[in-house]
Design a protein around this ligand. Sequence first.
Ligand code: GLA
Length: 327
Amino acid sequence: MGMFKKALLAGAVLLMAAGSTLAADVKIGFIVKQPEEPWFQDEWKFADVAAKEKGFTLVKIGAEDGEKVQSAIDNLGAQGAQGFIICTPDVKLGPGIVAKAAANDLKVMTVDDRLVNADGSPIEDVPHMGISATKIGEAVGQTLVDEIKKRGWDMKDVGAIRVSYDQLPTAVDRVDGALSVLKAAGFPEANIFDAPQAKTDTEAALNAATVVLNKNAAIKHWVAVGLNDEAVLGAVRASETVGIPADSMIGVGIGGADSAINEFKKPTPTGFFGTVIISPKRHGYETALNMYEWVANEKEPEKLILTAGQLALRDNYEAVRKDLGIE
Ligand code: GLA
């Protein structure tokens, strides 16, 4: 090779190096609010796949409260990370998270729960991937309406447990989406009961739903909605505890991770009738990849990506999972 050609090549290599960061130098954090929840385990699993594929380092951190979020971000900064993805324990931490990220020179993208400003409006500057909450909630509601009709229940005799976590906008959109379909089908508003959960896990939902069931012991049949499978499972467990037969409860969740799948695997059907399966693969793999492209190639992610869901019941969940590439 001639001198001239060699010099050209060297120049090209230098140019490439200036425009992009080497994968091995990229470190990305993935912070989640509830590391023990199967949904978040799956998100991490798929984010790991992206890290392996591209050759960057993924740092997984569980942060259950604001203080842990703050130290997680500082920690990432100190480790020389360039960005992170977060599902925050509290969306009101939004402005604080944005400021902390900037102070540590870290790019930030959110997943699942969108950050809000002090006035409750979404922080639109931060790229976000979430589920299309209202639409998915409506799919839950439609499933309930269809099943109530199939069982020949009179809506007057049915109670609806709304396991609620109203400080989280996506939770409100999900449950209200479901209830709007029920109401449009003639479900009496007076038969809808709020069961506010203190935390978004099964135990908190069980406690909240038990109160509702005990107060309304005269109601024969029940349906349950909530922001995720854990919430609806809590309501189903509560119905079992107070002695409501499994075929008098229709719970439809959102998620489709192990908590729901284990329920479908039980030999006899429980009150957990179905779930709208959402994609931890998209939320984990794609957000990690988006952040990588942002850090390594200065390709900024879209500001808002909303993902879809697909209903699964006991007899078809395997096929739906296969379809979504998440078996
Ligand atoms: C919220 C819920 C999770 C899961 C995700 C999906 O963060 O708490 O259980 O449903 O949304 O985006």
